[in-house]
Write a protein that binds this ligand. Sequence first.
Ligand code: TYM
Length: 333
Amino acid sequence: MNKPTVLSGIRPTGYLHLGNYFGAVQNFIRMQDDFNCFFFIADIHSLTTHPTPENLQSGVKQVLAEYLACGIDPEKATIFIQSDVPEISELYAFLNMNAYLGELERTTSFKDKARQQPDNVNAGLLTYPVLMAADILIHKADFVPVGKDQEQNLEMARKFAKRFNRIYKKEIFPIPRPYTFGGGDMIKVPGLDGSGKMGKSEGNAINLYEEPKSIRKKVMRAVTDSGPTEMNQQKPEAIENLFTLMDIVSTPDTVAHFDGLYNKCEIRYGDLKKLLAEDIIAYTSPIRERIIEILEDDTYLAKVAKMGAEKARESAVKTLQEVKDVIGFRKLF
Ligand code: TYM
């Protein structure tokens, strides 16, 4: 029996951070043995923020090295760069014909971006979920391991897939589903600034590539409050966030210890932060060392990208041909 197909991607706009790692990459790594996996670098998506050619190039190289350093195995999974597969852009053009202004304008990510960059509300931002749907559907992905922040974009991809199948009266695309290894909820890794998610554009991220010194500094500066005043009081968001991060990187005993101190109003945030920083460093240090090593090996990176592009195109060409056939493109001459 064929293995189900899994696909996910990351925009190359900086370094991978703990949110990317725990929200997407880690799930993905655990799936590479049992699924037909595609993991890609969304360089076309990153153009919505107008990177310089130099930044685009170095960003792609960095993410590629980071994927490999995290443990994505190019012999098992197909690792590729979005712009190496022109079939994605072609499918994007076709899907755009059945994507409507109203529904695109209503997506939260569009509204957020339009607020964040009012001088650059470009059409690429508006149709961002359509390109994302093309990424997913070109490989007929069954599962998409992403963080909570991508839930709505994934919902749009499901909608576009169903719509296409309905219009052309053929089950061309499977309906992609979100996926977390182990079956838990999609996660949202919080930032260190007291509210919201960890993110590149939020400026509150801890990167996998970050030096231990810098991790300690960032964690020690994380927003807290003056401490609980009543036994068993509910934690405010900033404190809850620190505990969520601890849940992710520390042992259950450590979390229970600090939770107990909080509930007894005996917590010292400085102690918690020190331990949290060391636990994050224990996680990221080996990855950081591998990133440094891999970044030096351009020949290996080029080989991985070439191999990935070939495998990804093989799958994409097939789907695109089916799509063009049902749409009605015919070779007349
Ligand atoms: P991007 O580059 O913003 O993030 C990449 C992945 O990391 C996850 N993530 C998080 N998960 C949990 N907590 C966080 N704080 C956090 N921050 C980021 C994201 O959910 C995502 O899985 N549009 C996508 C890239 C993309 C894509 C796709 C993903 C393009 N086409 C097709 C899946 C399938 C994006 O901008 O992710």
